[in-house]
Design a protein around this ligand. Structure first.
Ligand code: F6R
Length: 608
């Protein structure tokens, strides 16, 4: 939530900040602002609304002069989206300008103290206390003021701070909120994520918690909170610049749906060598795996839905009990974790606050953490014992697609890897599963060739008021994701149910014309799900089925049938989710929704 960018160099800062913010807008988009040192004072411009409002205000950056500045795009937490609550926030004297991502948990007592000392607050934000604290502690040394501020604040933060006494440099810090430092030639950057600076440099430092960075055009110095300089290694980012751009697509979401075959290939193929799954990242030995009593999977939103597939898959293949839980619940129910239990944490961003907190909770109880993460060097990756990266590349659309698919692929890799180590697979089964995994990217590509079919179906149903998704076992897990995809971007009310559960209450909502999307992909439960389809049809529902190519007679029962390629039941979720992503996308598009930036949402949720 909230995106930060900062620049110091010899070029005009404002256009660079605006360009960086345009790449970070997915992190929050209810207001935006910049602060640029104009050679004399700090010039602040900020506005409620999308970045284009700010951009128009500063004439694309031409109106604001200066070669050093910071910028922010906001997802409101404290105080409504408004001009005054937008960042940057300035101290009373105008000497300091601050951008912040995260939450200052003790801002109320700090605000009270500062008000008693005569500081006047203009906004409702937690961030404003930081600007005033800098003013309070500053005695001519910016680094010293920073360390004093850090000793007072509690919570999570990524901060960029300009001080008008420092015409050539600015400071930044992070704790439990992301921030990277970009190192260029004669120019340096900070950003919430690398996509914001990829056009300028690929050399980055990943900051650890409470590492303070002081940047000028020619130098980047990193300090700890005792103001001792720290030496860090520069990391070279190999993401393609185009991966963070729309490249001719109307929306990032469609681009990312289309990128799934490549993302799957990049995630799966390096981990299959000579016909074996090789997970160099996993330190669990065969003996460790054999002694696992239980596995927990913890995540939020779509990543949690991957976990639900993971439960079915790992339990079936490895015969180890798996509990899957949303992170915001897990962390507060005193989970029954014992020393050595395995907790699989799934997160695209690697910075989701609840997921990170659940990870820490599990770790403090002696669990071993294996995470599945997309963003390299993120907080969740750093806090884990082992990390398997999903090589999906940057995911910009708020609604996840390619990250979900690659997380699923990693879950399969883990399940097959562990099942083999446990001796649960014959050679032939193992070989067959590996070839199923290798074939996934092409099968997804095949589904994407029939986008028009889904577009047509979307045109039939985009004015529905409510849509139900049903399925059994892994089909139920995918129903959860299909329903979320649809509702979050199209704003159509939607629910997912285990197909056998409808008649315990929900079926009373089915009336003439209600759309029910039925997933009936696997052969084992096909007939059972079709019986549930008949139940809703008898109550007037219109049924759209998603099934595998070789299932028979689906058309006899269902009004519309989407066919996916045949595959082993293990990997069917990777295929069945694709038409559902497309369906959500086209429905939202026909309704004229803001697909990449749905209302009220932000890409990475760094608040509880
Ligand atoms: C939905 C979506 C969210 C995320 C969730 C977790 O399309 O993207 O539900 O899956 O917020 O985010 P990460 O994976 O970054 O922890």
């Amino acid at each position: 939530m909230c995106g930060i960018v900062g620049y110091v160099g010899s070029k005009q800062a404002c256009p660079i900040l605006l360009e960086g913010l345009s790449k970070l807008e997915y992190r929050g988009y209810d207001s935006a602002g910049i602060a640029v040192y104009d050679g004399n004072k700090i010039d602040v411009k900020k506005a409620r609304g999308r970045l284009r409002v700010l951009s128009d205000m500063v004439d694309g950056g031409q109106n604001v002069k200066g070669v050093m500045g910071i910028g922010h795009t906001r997802w409101a937490t404290h105080g409504e989206p408004s001009d005054v609550n937008s960042h940057p926030h300035v101290s009373s004297s105008g000497r300091f300008a601050v951008v912040h991502n995260g939450i200052i948990e003790n801002y109320l007592p700090l605000k009270k103290r500062l008000m008693e000392k005569g500081f006047q607050f203009v906004s409702e934000t937690d961030t404003e206390v930081i600007a005033h604290l800098f003013e309070y502690y500053y005695k001519g040394d910016l680094l010293e003021a920073m360390t004093k501020v850090l000793h007072r604040v509690e919570g999570s933060y990524a901060l960029g701070v300009l001080c008008s006494d420092y015409p050539d440099s600015f400071v930044a810090v992070r704790k439990a909120s992301p921030m990277i430092v970009g190192v260029g030639r004669g120019e340096n950057f900070i950003a919430s994520d690398v996509t914001a600076i990829l056009n300028h440099t690929r050399n980055v430092y990943y900051l650890e918690d409470d590492e303070i960075v002081m940047l000028s055009a020619d130098s980047v110095k990193i300090y700890n909170t005792d103001r001792e300089e720290i030496k860090k290694e520069i990391f070279r980012v190999n993401w393609d610049v185009s991966s963070a751009e729309k490249g001719g697509y109307e929306h990032f979401m469609m681009k990312e749906i289309e990128e799934q075959p490549k993302a799957l290939r990049d995630t799966i193929s390096p981990r299959i060598k000579d016909g074996k799954i090789v997970l160099d990242e996993v330190s669990l030995t065969a003996k460790d795996i054999a002694s696992l009593r239980k596995i927990y999977i913890v995540a939020c939103g779509s990543a949690y839905h991957v976990g639900v597939v993971g439960k079915y898959t790992i339990e079936r293949m490895c015969r180890i009990p798996v509990e899957v839980e949303v992170a915001s619940e897990f962390r507060y129910h005193d989970p029954l974790i014992s020393e050595g239990d395995l907790v699989i944490v799934i997160s695209q961003s690697g910075e989701t606050a609840d997921t990170l907190a659940a990870l820490k909770e599990a770790k403090s109880r002696g669990a071993r953490i294996l995470s599945i993460v997309n963003v390299v060097g993120s907080a969740i990756a750093n806090a884990s014992d082992d990390v398997i990266y999903t090589w999906a590349g940057p995911e910009i659309a708020v609604a996840t697609t390619k990250a979900y698919s690659t997380q699923l692929a990693v879950i399969y890799l883990i399940a097959v890897y562990m099942a083999e180590k446990l001796g649960k697979l014959t050679d032939e089964q193992y070989k067959n599963l590996i070839s199923e995994l290798s074939a996934l990217p092409d099968k997804v590509a095949e589904i994407l060739k029939n986008k028009e079919e889904i577009q047509y179906l979307a045109s039939q149903f985009f004015s529905c008021k409510s849509i139900f998704f049903i399925g059994r076992n892994i089909d139920y897990a995918v129903s959860l994701e299909g329903s979320l995809k649809l509702k979050e971007i199209s704003y159509i009310h939607s629910e997912a149910y285990a197909a056998g559960e409808l008649k315990h209450g929900t079926i009373s909502l089915i009336e003439e014309g209600t759309l029910v999307v039925a997933l009936a992909t696997g052969s084992a439960l096909y007939d059972k799900t079709i019986s549930n389809v008949k139940e809703v049809k008898a109550r007037g529902a219109v049924v759209m089925a998603v099934t595998a190519a070789s299932r028979e007679h689906t058309e006899d029962v269902c009004d519309y049938v989407i066919r996916i390629p045949d595959a082993d039941e293990l990997v069917l979720p990777s295929l069945s989710v694709v038409p559902l992503q497309l369906f959500g996308y086209y429905v939202a598009s026909l309704k004229g929704c803001d697909i990449d930036k749905p209302r009220n949402l932000a890409k990475s949720v760094t608040v509880e």
